[in-house]
Design a protein around this ligand. Structure first.
Ligand SMILES: Nc1ncnc2c1ncn2[C@@H]1O[C@H](COP(=O)(O)OP(=O)(O)OP(=O)(O)O)[C@@H](O)[C@H]1O
Ligand SMILES: [Mg+2]
Length: 266
C-alpha cells in the first residue's frame, strides 16, 4: 500500500502549519502508525525545533537529493515514540529553489514503502516553496485562523490544491477563541466553512501551552492534557477514519454545546 502523503499548508504565514504538522505526526505515531514529518520549509526550517530534534540533525533531504547520503541517514528518529516517529529535515543554508517539484515527489515516493504517513510541513506563500512541498502529496490539510486575511489566502490555496488534484482537502481552524466569536469579534466556524466550502477536520483552540511547547521542543500531542493537544489527537483520529465528534469548544456556535460553552466561558 505505502504511506498516505499529506501536505499541511495555508497560504498565509504564521497560522500554525508547523505546529499542526508536529502535533499531528506525534498523535498519529502515538496511535501506532509509523510516521515521518518532513520539513518543506527550506531555508526557514523550524519543524526540527518544534519537535525538539534540532541537535540530532546530521544530513537533510537536499543531501539525499544531491546523493551525498542515503535517505535512511537523513532521517532523525524521535526516541520518545520509538520506531514510530521520524523527522526528515530541510537544509537551513539553502534556498527554496534548491529543489524542484519532481525531486520532492520522488523523495516522497522513496518514503512511501517504509511509512504509514508522510506529513509535509509547507512554507507560507503560493510560490515555489508551496509547489515543492505539495508536489508529492496525495491529500492536504489547510490551516487557517479565524481572520479574514488568513481565510482569503486559504481559499486561494484550496483552489490551487484542487487544480493539482489533491484529495481530500480538509480544513483545520487554529487559534479559535469562542468568547470572541460569541461577542462577534471573530469569524465563527460556520462563517469560515461558508466561505471555504471544504470539510472541517478539527478546530484547535488558542492555547498558551502551544507556545511553551514550541519553546521546549515537546509537542503537546505527546501528552494530551491540554486543549490544543486533545484537539490534535482528535484530528489524528479523524485522519484515521474514526468518527470523533467535535469537542464542546469547537462545536458550531448555534449547536447543542453552545449552552455548555457559555456556562464554562470558553
Ligand atoms: N493554537 C495555538 N495557540 C497559541 N499559539 C499558537 C497556536 N498555534 C500556533 N501558535 C503559535 O503561533 C506561532 C506560529 O505558529 P507556526 O510556526 O506553527 O505557524 P506556521 O504557519 O508554520 O508559520 P510560518 O508560515 O512562518 O511557517 C508560533 O509561535 C506558535 O507557537
Ligand atoms: Mg512553519
Amino acid at each position: 500500500m505505502g504511506a498516505r502523503v499529506i501536505v499541511v499548508t495555508s497560504g498565509k504565514g504564521g497560522v500554525g502549519k508547523t505546529t499542526s504538522t508536529a502535533n499531528i505526526a506525534v498523535a498519529l505515531a502515538k496511535r501506532g502508525k509509523k510516521v515521518v514529518a518532513v520539513d518543506g520549509d527550506i531555508g526557514l526550517r523550524n519543524l526540527d525545533m518544534v519537535m525538539g530534534l534540532e541537535r540530532r540533525i546530521v544530513y537533510n533531504y537536499i543531501d539525499v537529493i544531491e546523493k551525498n547520503c542515503r535517505i535512511a541517514q537523513a532521517l532523525v528518529h524521535d526516541k520518545r515514540l520509538k520506531d514510530h516517529l521520524y523527522l526528515l529535515p530541510a537544509a537551513q543554508t539553502r534556498t527554496k529553489d534548491a529543489v524542484k517539484p519532481e525531486q520532492m515527489k520522488e523523495l516522497c515516493d522513496q518514503l512511501r514503502p517504509d511509512f504509514d504517513f508522510v506529513i509535509m510541513d509547507c512554507p507560507a506563500g503560493i510560490e515555489g516553496g508551496f509547489r515543492n512541498a505539495s508536489a508529492g502529496a496525495d491529500e492536504a490539510l489547510v490551516v487557517t485562523t479565524p481572520e479574514i486575511p488568513a481565510v482569503r489566502d486559504a481559499d486561494r490555496i484550496i483552489g490551487m490544491l484542487e487544480s493539482m488534484g489533491k484529495s481530500p482537502i480538509r480544513l483545520i481552524i487554529n487559534r479559535f477563541r469562542p468568547v470572541m466569536v460569541q461577542n462577534n469579534d471573530m469569524l465563527s466556524q460556520d462563517d469560515i466553512l461558508d466561505i471555504l466550502s471544504i470539510n472541517l477536520i478539527g478546530v484547535v483552540p488558542e492555547d498558551d501551552s502551544v507556545i511553551k511547547a514550541s519553546n521546549s521542543g515537546e509537542p503537546l500531542a505527546l501528552d494530551q492534557n491540554t486543549p490544543a493537544g486533545e484537539a490534535y489527537s482528535n484530528i489524528a483520529a479523524r485522519i484515521l477514519g474514526e468518527d470523533i465528534p467535535l469537542l464542546p469548544l469547537d462545536a458550531p456556535s448555534e449547536g447543542i454545546f453552545s449552552g455548555l460553552r457559555k456556562m464554562f466561558g470558553f
